[in-house]
Design a protein around this ligand. Structure first.
Ligand code: SF4
Ligand code: SF4
Length: 341
């Protein structure tokens, strides 16, 4: 649908929040806990954090949980019985306060979960999610959304995008999808007709730092580069970068067995872990950390655009903020672009 533009007052958000709750939906939003801003279920409007650049974790957990039961099984005298997850029992969720980079990441994650196989769990969760995003009015030195096709007021992936447009409490509401219209319809009186607000001047400034197409072309001839060793020397292989990333989709599947029954569970994994590609034979095709770091960058900036026509990075900067060894993906991508071919 064509984007519908409306005006809403910032002091109307409480009423909108309460209407969504009254409609029976779970609201997941940014909230302060132990000095961090994290996404969690919000019971009361006052729990929502607003003054921050970026949450520590991305919002991907709403559609791709950190651990998720796939099926239960039990053994009996007649054989094995299997009970899959109840897809119909997935609740309706509103993701409130998503940043445009996380909303854009939904498209990238969806490309992976629908590539050679349609992942029913992921897609069923996503269908139940409505994304209400807020444009960024501030950024930090780790943000680089404009270098990877995004921007601080990007509507891609959002069902509604709100942008604060002045200091008097006015906000532009861009209703992007039918799901977004459904939310606006809960409190139609709050969404007023809009003139021609220019939202750009209220957005954070995020300079373009590199050209992703140039990086992609460089990577074609970069596989054997010495730079991978140099770049990854500090990397501890802790996997924090993958766990905070809105587009990392690697997972492991494990059986948790208790006597004659058990559950099959999928849980996040990371290509940065030394065990990630370890074969049962003991052979590991990515034996050292530089090969694992290369895989992370190649996957996001070469393999994904080649196979899925999307890049695997939204420039949210979380991996650099979270890295205990001060690895900085933005600096490393710039150095790849600038390297001699
Ligand atoms: S967070 Fe840093 S140290 Fe940990 S795996 Fe990622 S790049 Fe390596
Ligand atoms: S690779 Fe880093 S900057 Fe890119 S989307 Fe993932 S966490 Fe954000």
């Amino acid at each position: 649908m064509e984007i519908e533009r409306r005006l809403i007052r910032v002091d109307s958000f409480r009423e909108l929040f309460n209407a969504i709750k009254a409609d029976g939906r779970i609201i997941i939003g940014p909230s302060a806990r132990n000095g961090k801003i994290i996404f969690r279920e919000i019971g009361n409007f006052d729990e929502i954090a607003t003054d921050y650049v970026q949450t520590t974790q991305s919002s991907k957990e709403a559609s791709f949980p950190r651990t998720e039961k796939i099926l239960d099984y039990s053994k009996n005298t007649e054989g094995i019985s299997v009970k899959g997850s109840e897809l119909g029992a997935i609740p309706e969720v509103v993701l409130w306060g998503t940043r445009p980079c996380d909303a854009m990441g939904i498209g990238e994650l969806s490309a992976i979960f629908n590539w050679d196989y349609r992942d029913e769990l992921y897609n069923n969760r996503l269908e139940q999610i409505t994304v209400i995003s807020f444009s960024c009015n501030k950024a930090d030195e780790y943000c680089f959304c404009t270098s990877v096709g995004g921007n601080p007021g990007n509507t891609q992936g959002s069902d509604i995008l709100f942008t604060r447009t002045d200091d008097n409490g006015n906000c532009l509401a861009e209703i992007v999808t039918e799901k977004g219209s459904g939310i606006a319809a809960l409190t139609p009186g709050l969404f007023e007709k809009e003139g021609k607000t220019d939202k750009v001047k209220y957005l954070a400034s995020v300079p373009v730092r590199f050209d992703r197409e140039q990086v992609r072309k460089k990577l074609d001839k970069f596989f054997e580069s010495e730079q991978w060793v140099e770049q990854s020397l500090k990397c501890l292989g802790c996997g924090a970068c993958a766990y905070v990333c809105p587009t990392c989709a690697c997972f492991d599947i494990q059986d948790e067995k208790h006597g004659k029954s058990g559950s099959r569970v999928r849980c996040w994994d990371s290509c940065g872990f030394s065990l990630f590609t370890l074969h049962t034979s003991g052979h590991n095709p990515r034996e050292v950390q530089s090969e694992r770091w290369r895989q992370r960058i190649m996957h996001k900036f070469s393999y994904m655009p080649d196979r899925l026509s999307v890049y695997g990075c939204t420039g949210c900067g979380r991996c650099s903020r979270a890295c205990p060894a001060d690895m900085n993906i933005l600096e490393q991508l710039i150095s790849i672009q600038e390297a001699e071919a």
